[in-house]
Design a protein around this ligand. Sequence first.
Ligand SMILES: Cc1cc2nc3c(=O)[nH]c(=O)nc-3n(C[C@H](O)[C@H](O)[C@H](O)COP(=O)(O)OP(=O)(O)OC[C@H]3O[C@@H](n4cnc5c(N)ncnc54)[C@H](O)[C@@H]3O)c2cc1C
Length: 570
Amino acid sequence: MNRQEILAHYRGNPDISVLVIGAGINGIGTFRDLALQGVEVLLVDRADFASGASMASSHMLHGGIRYLENAEFRLVREALTERNLMLKNAPHYAKPLPTTIPIFKWFSGMFNAPLKFLNLRDKPAERGGIVIKLGLILYDIFASRYRVMPTHKLRLRGSALQKFPKMNPDIVCAATYYDSWMPTPERICIDLIDDTEQLSNDAHALNYVSAVDGGDGKVTLRDELTGDTLDVRPKVVVNAGGPWIDFVNRDLGKETRFIGGTKGSHLILDNPELHEAINGNEVFFENNDGRIVLILPFMGKVMIGTTDIRIEDPDDAITNQEEIDYFMTMCRRVFPSIEVDPSQIVFHFSGVRPLPASDKSYTGNVSRDHSIRPVEAAESGMGYPVLSLVGGKWTSFRAFSEQTTDEVLSRLGRPRRGSTVDMAIGGGKDYPQTESAQARWVEEISQKTGLSVDHIRTLFDRYGTRAEEFATFMIDGDDRPINGLSAFTMREIVHLIRREKAVHIDDLVLRRSLIAWLGDLSDEVFADLADIMAEELDWSSEQKDMEIARAAEILGARHGVEVRAPSHSV
Ligand SMILES: Cc1cc2nc3c(=O)[nH]c(=O)nc-3n(C[C@H](O)[C@H](O)[C@H](O)COP(=O)(O)OP(=O)(O)OC[C@H]3O[C@@H](n4cnc5c(N)ncnc54)[C@H](O)[C@@H]3O)c2cc1C
C-alpha cells in the first residue's frame, strides 16, 4: 500500500493492536518484532524515519568499554552480544573497526573505578595504561559470546609510533581493540522497515505523521504533508519518541519526567593527512577531564565527536562554535603536527541521547542502559497503556525491542512466535562472506542485468544484496547519471523515492544516501535531485520551490551544508 492507501485504511479501520510512536531505531526494532509475532502494528514518525537520535550517533556498534567503570556489566554484556549479532545479520552495514587508545600515563585513574563503585566519586579522571589494560581484559571476556573479532593488543611507545607516526610522541603506549561501526545507521533503519512491510500485511510505517493528541481510548494523528488528522484506537501504545518521550506523553495527556537528554555533536572533515594518520583505526581517547573523543575514518573523510551537554528541548540540538573549537583542540592534542581547521568541515550533525532523567553532576556517569516505563490506562485516563522506551544504545536495539515486544505480547495475551536473533537485515540476506564469493556475486548480477561489474560493485557496497533489486529496477527504463555526481543514477534515486518513502529532498541526501554527509551536494547535484523528486512526486512549481527552500534551510542551519536553490522549476 502507498501512503494514501495506508492512511485511508486506518481511517476506515481505526481499531489497531499497537501504535508505535517514533521511528528511530527503537521504534523500528519494536515494529519489526511485533510484526514477526503476527501483531497488527502501525509505526508513525512526525519527521523522517531515523531523523532523531538514531541519525546522530557516533556510528559505533560497541559494548561501551567505559561503562565497565560505572559497573554497567549487564549493559556491556548485552551490547557486545548484540554487536556480534549485527556483524552476522547486517554484514553489509556493520563493519569491524580496530580502535586505538593513545595513552599518556601509566598509573592515572587507578582509584577512579573503585571510588565510583563506592559512590565516592562522581567526577571522571583520565585513565592510565594499567586501568585501560584491565578494562580491555574484562571487555575481551564479555565479548567472547559469538566471538567474531580478535582480542586487544597493547603496543609500547616505539611500536605504537611506528604504526601511527603522526601520533603525539608524548604517549607512553597505545592499546588497540576491536569494536565495530555502521557507516549508514539510517539505511539499517530503512532496511528494517522494508523487511517488516514485506513480512506482514498488518504492519505499516508512515513518516511525517505525528501523534498530536490522546485520551478516551484514541490517539489523534496528523499527516504533516497535508495537515489532515485521523484517530486510531490502539490497545497498546509504545512511545518510542527517544529524547521527545516526555513531549509525546504530554500530548497524549500525561505529564512525565522520564528523560534527561544530553546533546552530542560530530563533524565530518575532509582532511586526507588526518585520514592517513589514523590508519584505518578509530582513535578513541580522553580529554584530561575524562571526556571521550573519537576520530574515525568515514568513507574517505574523518568523523570527530562527541560532546555530552544537558539540553531541555531536543529540537535545539545544533553543533555550535564552541564544540567546533573543542574538536579542533582535541585533534591537535593527539596529532599535533597535522593542520586541522574549520574550513575542512564538510558536514556536522548533532542529536540528543534519550538518557533517563538524573541528577548526576557529570553527564558521562548517567546510565546508558535502557528501560520500559509504563503508564497504565487507569493511571492516565487515556484508555490504553503507554510504554515509554527510555535510554539505550543503538547497538542493543534488537534486545530492547525484544523486551518491549514481550511486554506488549503479555498485555495482549499473545504468545511469542519467533525470534529476531538470527534474522538477517535487508541487504544482509544471503550476503556473500568472502571476497571471492562477493566478486562472483557481483559478476553474476552484472551478467544478469547487463550493468558493468564496477557499477554492480558500487551498488553492492551501498545496499548489500539488495543491489540486485536496485539493478533490476534501474534497467527497467531509461537511465542516466545524476548531473555532477556520476556515482548515482536517476533511476537509483527514483527507486529510493518509491520503495523507501523519501518525501523531501533532505530525506534523500541525509538518510537514504550519504550525498550530503560526504560533501557531494553541489548546486548542480541539488538541482538535479530536486528535478527528479518534483517529477516523481508530481510537485507543482510552487511546491518544488518550497521543497528546495526547506532542504536548503535544513542543510545549512543544521549541517553546515550551503546549497543555493536553483532558480525555477521543472
Ligand atoms: C551524540 C550521540 C552519540 C551516540 N553514539 C552512539 C553510539 O556510537 N553507539 C550506540 O550504540 N548508541 C549511540 N547513541 C545512542 C543511540 O543513538 C540512541 O540511544 C538511539 O538512537 C535512540 O533511538 P530511539 O529510537 O529511542 O530515539 P530516536 O532515534 O530519537 O527516535 C525518536 C523518534 O520519535 C519521533 N517523534 C518525536 N515526537 C513524535 C510525535 N509526537 N509523533 C511521532 N513521532 C515523534 C522523532 O521524530 C524521532 O524520529 C548515541 C546518541 C547520541 C545522541
